[in-house]
Design a protein around this ligand. Structure first.
Ligand SMILES: [Zn+2]
Length: 103
């Protein structure tokens, strides 16, 4: 017999988008129930290291905006605040070591 432990994250448990600078370790936590200006995340407010937009052009800015928009759209469906109930539960399965911050 094999036992497995699954770690599930309900979308309604997501409180904020957290960004950590890989260079200086500064963090910014942006509440999901407020407007989030993704353009302000182009570089670290502490050391100015590029965050969402690389100086040579590549950017994840649109992807971050889409992620935030999708989460904000779906969270009401998972905590019974939507206009109509859904007949399933939506959760994200996460790695156990994600809970401890280990890789
Ligand atoms: Zn930084």
């Amino acid at each position: 017999m094999t036992l497995q432990t699954k770690y599930l994250l309900e979308l309604s448990d997501i409180l904020a988008l957290r960004v950590e600078c890989t260079y200086c370790k500064a963090t910014v936590s942006l509440s999901m129930d407020r407007d989030i200006e993704v353009k302000k995340l182009r570089c670290c407010p502490n050391c100015s290291h590029p965050w969402t937009t690389h100086p040579q052009g590549p950017t994840i800015e649109v992807g971050v905006e889409e992620l935030i928009r999708a989460l904000k759209k779906m969270i009401p469906y998972t905590n019974n605040q939507a206009a109509f109930p859904i007949e399933c539960s939506l959760t994200l399965e996460i790695k156990a070591d994600a809970l401890t911050g280990e890789d």
